[in-house]
Design a protein around this ligand. Structure first.
Ligand SMILES: *Cc1c(COP(=O)(O)O)cnc(C)c1O
Length: 387
């Protein structure tokens, strides 16, 4: 039987649609297609390969684990899970002493929502317009994009307000709300950072009304913005912190960090995950955290992010090719006059992968190993695409 790539008896759903490019190899910041062309990867699989493709710490841990144990029910412990827990302690916020291992960002959001509703049976949760928290029905219920939601049944116990709008918060009756879920920088929604004043007001209402605060750092976390957690300089005090995307160094893992007193809210039989915390995922997390420390990932993301913003300001914003540059560290949004798709396909032709965010924002999520030359090449290519 031929297994050649001309046999397409099965089709994928549109959301996993085929682009014309076929990739065969990846290393560091580069992807290679089947014609041997090399691409700079600022897409990194939606920000997952922040540590670079096939980071050596992650690959070594995974290879080593393959020879030991791949599968183990989550109620049994194993060496690699203990190792992952030990390493996670070095990056987890001190107050957040409970951990759940899951597989995707959406599942982490679902778990946080279950804790919230278990504590507040008929509770209402506040989320924000343009927020993105995932595609499963619970996570979709707090995702603030009408297009994604409109044809599906979603939880009714949600309230949406515009992000960064303090007046709207002031007018809100918080006696009706028991929790808040937010991103520190809205990723999908357009790379919109929350303002200092906004976060200060959020924490104030959280304190005054004893609300449960869920901070979704699935995209911003693990060094992406030039700090271990993006919330750390906002004054926010999350009760639950969510990580995903890059925290497994390329392997599908998500992690829920929760405050001590939330550890007993769900009974053991009230949640479960077949693959959650599996040995391979634990190996990947261990390798990712080793890389995180040994390679000074936070510092490098901070320095390279500053350099990248400076070059964009000077060569693209000041020249009128970009209206606004948004974000922090290596989470960058370029707002232009054009539809992002047009720019993205032009960039791809020039050997650069990036993402979109909102309608007219090109989003860049490069790995921390990005250097000055990569930045220069991007700026030059972007300029050519806009002219
Ligand atoms: C990607 C993302 C999610 C969903 O993660 P999946 O792994 O796709 O389920 C949730 N929240 C934020 C902020 C994200 O960026």
């Amino acid at each position: 039987m031929s297994m050649g790539n001309n046999v397409f008896s099965l089709k994928t759903f549109g959301f996993q649609g085929f682009s014309k490019k076929r990739f065969v190899y990846a290393e560091g910041i580069y992807l290679y297609d089947d014609e041997g062309e090399r691409y700079l990867d600022f897409h990194t699989g939606n920000g997952v390969a922040f540590l670079g493709h096939r980071n050596k710490y992650v690959v070594d841990k995974l290879k080593n684990q393959l020879d030991k144990i791949m599968v183990l029910g989550s109620s049994y412990s194993c060496e690699i899970r203990d190792e992952a827990l030990g390493l996670l302690k070095t990056i987890s916020p001190r107050e957040l002493t409970y951990i759940a291992f899951l597989n995707s960002g959406s599942e982490a959001v679902e778990f946080a929502l279950k804790i919230f509703f278990r504590k507040n049976t008929d509770g209402k949760i506040l989320a924000f317009k343009n927020a993105f928290h995932g595609r499963t029905l619970g996570a979709l219920s707090v995702t603030g994009n009408h297009l994604y939601r409109k044809h599906f049944p979603t939880l009714e116990n949600t309230v949406f307000l515009p992000y960064n709008d303090i007046e709207a918060l002031e007018q809100m009756d918080f006696s009706e709300i028991q929790g808040i879920i937010l991103e520190v920088i809205q990723g999908e929604g357009g790379v919109n950072p929350g303002s200092k004043e906004f976060f200060r007001y959020i924490q104030k209402v959280v304190d005054e009304n004893d609300l449960l605060l869920i901070v979704d750092e699935i995209q911003t976390g693990f060094g992406r913005t030039g700090s271990t957690w993006a919330y750390s300089d906002t004054g926010l005090k999350p009760d639950i912190l969510l990580a995903g995307k890059s925290i497994g160094g390329g392997f599908p893992v998500s992690i829920v960090f929760a405050r001590e007193d939330l550890g007993g809210v769900l009974q053991a039989w009230e949640h479960g995950s077949t693959f959650g915390g599996n040995p391979m995922a634990m190996a990947a997390v261990s390798g990712a955290i080793q890389a995180f420390h040994n390679d000074n990932v936070v510092e490098r993301a901070l320095v390279k992010g500053k350099l990248f913003f400076k070059r964009i300001e000077e060569d693209l914003v000041d020249k009128g090719l970009v209206r606004e540059v948004k974000g922090k560290g290596l989470m960058i949004g370029l707002k232009t006059r054009l539809k992002s798709e047009k720019i993205l396909s032009c960039l791809l032709e020039k050997g650069i992968l990036a993402l979109k965010a909102g309608v007219n924002v090109v989003r860049l999520l490069p790995p921390y190993i990005i250097n000055e030359e990569d930045i220069g090449l991007f700026v030059k290519s972007f300029r050519a695409c806009m002219e």
